[in-house]
Design a protein around this ligand. Sequence first.
Ligand code: SAH
Length: 406
Amino acid sequence: MTSESEMKTVFLVKGRDKSVMRRHPWIFSGAVDAAKSDAAKAGEIVRIAAADGTTLGWGAFSPESQIRVRVVSLDAANAPGGGFVEERVAKSVARRADLLASGRTDAVRLVNAESDGLPGVVADSYAGHVVCQFTSAFAESRRDEIAASLMKCAKGTKGVSARSDVDVRAKEGLPVGGFETIAGEEPPELIEISEGPVRLLVDPRRGHKTGFYLDQREARAAVGALAKGRSVLNCFSYTGGFGLHALAGGAAHVTQVDISHDAVELARRNAELNFADRAGRDMDFVEADVFKYLRTCRDSGRKFDLIVLDPPKFAETRSQVMKAARGYKDINLLAMKLLAPDGVLATFSCSGAMTSELFDKILAEAAEDAGRDFQIVARTRQASDHPVALSFPEGLYLKGLILRCS
Ligand code: SAH
């Protein structure tokens, strides 16, 4: 760490210090007075100063990104010390100690980026094999230190790997692509994890995100608890998580639908792993486009008692929200029509750009068009190991409703 006297300074444009004052962790390039500021290296810690020179805090510089500085500390009187990365990793891991000790799962998000004070750092542990995504210049420049800290602070960590196939890396000027083990041992091709009553195989190299959707853990448990005796349609099933929880919860039958051949294959293997005796009989797998499959069910008059809709992100940006809204309305309307009396719809949106209010409105419109009454039984959000800093509402991306029809 550079000593405070040698530290470079980034000056904000007059009047552009409001977001820092609100404790928001991002400073955009337009807020930086480039002519007055020092040139810093990618990931270097800089002093953040108001136009009049007052120290506001400290942040990591990113020369190529629109997000020019990621704030790491607002303690104006003290620059972050040399060990601050390890301290934050330790704190982040400690915050998950109860979840890990609960025995409910051995697959946990250990670090959730900005909301855990480590901008652009995501670390997910799958039975001790940690898979990271580094999506900021800060995260990339500290990856060895982060890996060493995880090995030291997260008990039972066997190794730490980095997945770099995330498009947002390009926005930070970081290379895209590849999987690399950076500390400890290489993970196996498939890692077996447990989540409540279910075991799942996770592919750390080719699976989505870091391999699995840990963010839906609590929603999968909620669906499992509602599944008893029901016929279940799990749309956008990926590796089958919701459907496996439903069967474990006593569902009469589960249909898993996903467009990806690899996802369906892994879902089949997961079914074998958990329900070798029932898998062939009480669970079937459909490789299809959900938009089309729901129409096929509608046309054939098929009904279900519980439908899960967990689509991929339909909107990447705010400008795509209106188009995304049509997609959400389409699948929700179709699903609402397929529900048997007293049926349950568990419906989700993982588009950060889609607000909770707009999602509610889309669902209300879909119910209106379906001509059916629904009650909100529960709301879900990303699991508690994906916390959201109050000053960083962008961190909340996953919203869900569990609806029951009359
Ligand atoms: N519910 C899953 C996560 C779903 S991720 C879980 O709990 O683990 C979204 C999934 O939707 C991906 O597996 C992707 O392959 C699938 N998908 C994307 N577009 C699709 C479409 N049009 N029809 C069916 N599946 C689709």
